[in-house]
Every structure is written in structure tokens, then in C-alpha cells.
Design a protein around this ligand. Sequence first.
Ligand code: SAM
Length: 285
Amino acid sequence: MIRQKSFENEKATLYVVATPIGNLEEMTPRAIHVLESVDVIAAEDTRNTLKLLNYFGIRTRLIAHHQHNEEQSANGLLELLRQGKNVAIVSDAGYPLISDPGSVVAKKVMEEGFNVVPISGSNAMLNALVASGMNTRHFLFYGFLKAQEKERIRELHELKYYPFTIVFYEAPHRIEKMLKSCLEVLGNRQICLARELTKKHEEFIRGTIEEVLEIVDDIKGEMVVVIEGCSEEKDPSQDQAAPLVHEQIKTYIDGGLTTNEAIKRVAKELGLSKNDLYKEYHGLS
Ligand code: SAM
């Protein structure tokens, strides 16, 4: 067990600083103060962050910390903390670690007993959720679905019976394919597509997946997709996913697992009963 009393020790600190997702006025005074006072800022893209720092007149030393060098750069940041230096980590927009780099270094820093302190700010998921009109009592943030269709469909089957709101990030060039996959697997649910949050062209498009697909060609910019949860009960025997599930079992068998091992693994991955899947696979149900 490790207890961290963030402001009651002399240890060096890694500050996880949220930055604006569009509107620079969402930069908080606390975030500015922390970025001014740390010894080093580790940024996902130093050119992007330099613009932000210049805007606020912050002159702190900037180093790169991106996805491709996360492991190596985490070790470098740890070394700075060991020397007693305070470090801030920022991503291009919003919170580091949320569909952005940072989790590797944060974990290592905690494990070595240094402080990890969050500095609040803007985040695309929460902005989209609170203005979506969907159930906010319980929700799942999924982030990006896989780009490859087969894998995306499989991920969606895993989410199909989730009864609460689900929030996805998506890139504009993939939104049409993503919504078509959602329609195919989840059905024609209510969604809210939130685009260009906090910016001049901010827009919320609330309707069914089919309705949004009709205008998808006109939808540009950064976007978040909020989808209502499932209202049906899970019934594996009625599951349209059966062919895909069989295909996945076959892939594992081709990969060297026995049929039983493959069924067990797929049942675990999809949250299905092993016995039900066994019966269904062998045509016994
Ligand atoms: N770390 C960020 C956060 O805390 O929200 C998310 C970074 S992720 C790499 C980028 C994705 O976030 C975009 O593809 C989009 O789905 C969403 N996003 C970021 N800024 C946005 C904005 N202004 N409006 C809508 N979506 C945004």
C-alpha cells in the first residue's frame, strides 16, 4: 500500500496537467501556475505545447514525451524526479493519459513513491457527455474503437448489452464507417455527436444513428460520439454475433488451441457463459 498526501511531503512531483481542447480560455490559473513553476514540461508534441506556452508567456524547459518513446522517456522523467526536480506532463489537448500518452510514466512514478498530482481542466469526453442528453448517472468511456472493421465489430459485440451510456472518441475520416458498424451491431440507437467542443463551430447533433448517417458527409472537425445504453436483456442464443463468435473460436483453434480451450477463451473475452457457448457451438442448444 502507498499513501500519497500530495501537499504534505517534500517529495518531487509529477503534475498531470489538463490543457484546453480548443478554447484557450479554458486554461486554468492553477494550470498556468504549475507549468510556470515546474522544472520541466514533458509534452506529447513540443511544437504544439510551445504555442500554448508562448500564449501564456510561460518559459519553462520543454521536452518530448510521446507515444513512440513513452517507455524510454518515462525513465528519463523518473531520473529528473530522483534529482528532486518537479515535472509536468501535458498532451496536445485535454488530459494526458485519456486516449493520450502518460500512463506508463504515471505508473512508474507512483511505484517509486513520488507524487502524481492531477491539475484539472478541459476534457472532450465529459463536455460531450454532459450536453448529450444521455443518462449521466452511469457511463462507460471507451475512447477509440479499433480502425480495422473486423476488430471494431468484435469490440462492439462486447459492448452490445452494456446498459448505460457509452462515450467514444473518433477521427473525422473514420466517423462514417464507425457509425455504420454501430448501427450493424448495436441497432438504431439514440446518439449525440458532439463536434468542435469549446470552439467557434461547436455543435451537438442529437438523433438516431440512421439520422446522423444521413448527414455524415457534412460533419467535420474533432468529434465525440455518445451512445445510449442497451435496453434489452442479454440472450446468447439470440445473439446476431454467433457467426463472428464461431469465427473467433476457429481462429484460436487454427492458432493451436483445442476446441474447448478456444471456447473458454472466447467466452471469457465476450463475457458469455462457457457452457452456453459450448452448447451453442456444438449445436446442442
Ligand atoms: N486527451 C484528450 C481529452 O482529454 O479529451 C483526448 C485526446 S484524443 C487523442 C483526441 C480525440 O478527442 C479526438 O479524436 C476527438 O474524438 C476528441 N476531441 C478532442 N478535442 C475535441 C473537441 N474540441 N471537440 C470534440 N472532440 C474532441
